[in-house]
Design a protein around this ligand. Structure first.
Ligand code: SF4
Length: 234
């Protein structure tokens, strides 16, 4: 059985134009310095976390009002039973979306036939991946996932969380150009926030949200770019 960190019953922000439930799988092999989900990084179950069976029981009761589930994390692709879990949810009649950083291409391929939409995290320009993920060679797996989605013309959004203490605006523009060349059609840039030791959001890190020249340069690359900030989409 997959290990869950928890789930939220309803969300309208995790899959564009869909009201879904979102299930958060425990564990992530990456160590992004800005991670807001550090307790979800380890593979050990958190005390008090929901079981997968409890999540299925919740879905059973909500079948009439919910039609879709987002598989999220942590990182769903670390769960070796992900395909079986996705099958069980799908057999109950729910559509599926996947949030992933594309860390395991083989598992990604296993689950994709069941998934209708993907939010694919692209952490950095591909030559700077290690700086953000603190892991070696992750970008090879992510690139394979990206190519898989583009070649099959599957619906997905590429998204990058922009921490200005780690990447520059120039890095983001280079990445956006590269993604466009690779065939990405939907791209979102997400604001990164600072948190205090209790997990409370304390300050906006982003100055890019006010930099009109930068935003214009981005829109020249992706005219429909999604600029996702704490106060909503710009
Ligand atoms: S991929 Fe997501 S969950 Fe994993 S360390 Fe990075 S921000 Fe945290």
């Amino acid at each position: 059985m997959p290990i869950l960190a928890g789930y939220i019953p309803f969300t309208s922000v995790d899959w564009p134009d869909h009201i879904t439930s979102a299930v958060f799988f425990q564990g992530c092999p990456l160590r992004c310095p800005y991670c807001q989900n550090k307790p979800l990084q380890g593979m050990e179950p958190l005390s008090g976390a929901s079981s997968f069976e409890a999540f299925l029981a919740f879905l059973e009761k909500r079948k009439k009002v919910l039609s879709a589930v987002v598989l999220s994390g942590g990182e769903p692709l670390v769960q070796k039973d992900l395909r079986e879990a996705a099958e069980q949810i799908k057999e109950m009649g729910f559509e599926l979306a996947l949030h992933t950083a594309g860390v395991n291409f083989e598992r990604f391929k296993e689950v994709m036939p069941l998934v209708s939409w993907v939010g694919l995290d692209i952490k950095a320009p591909f030559d700077k991946y290690e700086k953000i993920t603190c892991r070696k060679n992750v970008e090879q797996e992510t690139l394979k996932c990206l190519t898989y989605l583009v070649e099959r013309k599957l619906p997905f959004e590429a998204r990058t969380t922009f921490d200005e203490s780690l990447l520059t605006k120039e890095d983001i523009l280079i990445l956006a150009e590269d993604l466009k060349e690779k065939g990405v059609e939907s791209y979102a840039l997400q604001e990164c926030r600072s948190f205090d030791e209790t997990g409370v959001s304390v300050e906006l890190k982003a100055s890019w949200t006010q930099d009109e020249a930068f935003l214009l340069a981005l829109k020249n690359i992706f005219p429909k770019i999604i600029l996702r900030t704490e106060i909503g989409n710009l």
